[in-house]
Design a binder for this molecule. Structure first.
Ligand code: S3P
Length: 436
């Protein structure tokens, strides 16, 4: 494996037939974002261990610093000096979230309730991602948000400190939209409820509960009682990110002679669709040492070389593995028989259109991936061949193609890989470590 520069524009991957190592992975991205946001709104100090220092989460840190929150690194921990629910200050400049959809959408819920107005933007990819899904419920609460064509960043938020609670049926299963509404609900007087069409990742409600917020869960509805201060002096231990683990889990399944152990991974059941699906495909995966830490379930994951077969993945499973579908496409590409991933249209509005990126690029490597409107139909092949492929600036596409390169015949060149920094800065180093 060769990487031409730390901020490199390409990555060269050569095949391997042995993987063996015990590894730990960087902190969970979703939990790291929430730790900063909720910590900033708590009444004092929050200490975060295992914070993900990827570009996306560092953007969240910068945004809250620009609103007067002191955040510092002490040893390996991040310390956030929260100022309470009404303690944010008007940012001095336009807020730039970079590539981070989670920052932009969750932040909207907080900014909607402020005494000040604010402007938000981000990179080219974020400016193409739909924001109406968040603007709509927040407007129902009394916020005023202006967007390009009513849907896209740049956004102008006119803060309203007197938001009204709502009961909102989510039209799309989205944890980001749910979280934005719950965060806005923190500031509204009364009970704000969100009803989900399918369960999505529940880190926001878990962390809010951990900080003393009143969260009520009832079947598919999640409610928050507003205007209750969040407690301080909390310590958060961020588990390893299962979305990052997924690359190494699939690599271990596909490489001929592999056994890897990934320590301390977050295995919150709203995130473990990838484990369930891979096991159904025949993967040799076991969980050991399960523990509950700061309201989140963690485990060590052991994976051995496996013979995979194709399966059908439908609507109810999609939110539990939405970010893992690019790497799952690689696994399916080498499984025996057909895998269908359907009712997964959300993939088209991620950092890039992941239905198009994965089908186009894996086919360059000899895979048989058919793009359909709402997903992918994949007929497994015996082997992939190295090729020059493109990430489209999408971190998960880039890393999935790197794993495909690891099990392809010949050399693979992946262009445009600086995006890996957004979620997994140590990816190439870890990939080197697991190869014998
Ligand atoms: C996230 C929710 C998901 C996921 C994203 C992170 C979160 O997005 O794809 O990477 O942290 O809440 P949606 O809510 O748009 O499904």
């Amino acid at each position: 494996m060769k990487i031409n520069h730390p901020n490199s524009s390409y990555l060269i991957i050569n095949p391997t037939n042995k993987l063996e190592e015990t590894i730990t992975l960087p902190g969970d991205k979703s939990i790291s974002h929430r730790a900063v946001m909720i910590g900033a709104l708590a009444e004092g100090k929050t200490e975060v261990e295992g914070f993900l220092e990827g570009d996306d989460c560092l953007n969240t840190v910068k945004v809250f610093q620009s609103m007067g929150i002191k955040i510092e690194r002490v040893d390996n921990n991040l310390i956030i000096y929260g100022q309470g629910l009404r303690g944010l200050k008007k940012p001095t400049d336009v807020i730039d979230v970079g590539n981070s959809g989670t920052t932009m959408r969750l932040l909207l819920g907080i900014l909607a309730a402020q005494r000040f107005d604010s402007c938000l933007t981000g990179d080219e990819s974020i400016q193409r991602r739909p924001m109406r899904r968040v603007i709509e419920p927040l407007s129902q609460m009394g916020a005023k948000i202006l967007a390009k064509d009513g849907n896209f960043a740049p956004l102008e938020v006119f803060g309203n400190p007197n938001l009204a609670p709502i009961r909102y049926f989510l039209p799309v299963a989205s944890a980001q939209v749910k979280s934005a509404i719950l965060l806005a609900g923190l500031f509204a007087s009364g009970v704000t409820s969100v009803i989900e069409p399918l369960p999505t990742r529940d880190h926001t409600e878990r962390m809010l509960s951990y900080f003393g917020a009143q969260i009520i869960k009832d079947d598919m509805s999640i409610s928050i009682v507003g205007d209750i201060p969040l407690q301080s002096n909390k310590k958060i231990k961020v588990p390893g990110d299962i979305s990052s683990a997924a690359f190494f889990i699939v690599a271990a399944c596909l490489v001929e002679d592999a056994e890897i152990t990934i320590l301390n991974v977050g295995v919150n059941p709203t995130r473990t669709g990838i484990l369930d699906v891979l096991k159904e495909m025949g993967a040799n995966i076991t969980l050991e040492n399960q523990k509950m830490i700061c309201g989140e379930l963690t485990a060590d994951i052991v994976v051995k070389s496996s013979r995979l077969k194709g399966i059908s993945i439908r609507r109810s499973m999609i939110p539990r593995l939405i970010d893992e579908i690019p790497i799952l496409t690689v696994a399916a590409g080498l499984a025996e028989g057909r895998t269908e991933i359907r009712e997964a249209k959300e993939l088209r509005v991620k950092e890039t259109d992941r239905i198009k990126s994965m089908s186009t690029e894996l086919n360059k490597m000899g895979a048989k991936v058919m793009e359909v409107e709402d997903g992918l139909i994949i007929d497994g092949v015996k082997y992939l061949v190295g090729a020059e492929v493109e990430s489209y600036g999408d971190h998960r596409t880039a890393m999935s193609l790197a794993i495909a390169g690891l099990v392809a015949k010949g050399e693979t060149k992946i262009n445009n890989v600086a995006c890996i920094q957004t979620s997994f800065p140590e990816f190439t180093k870890t990939l080197k470590n697991v190869q014998m």
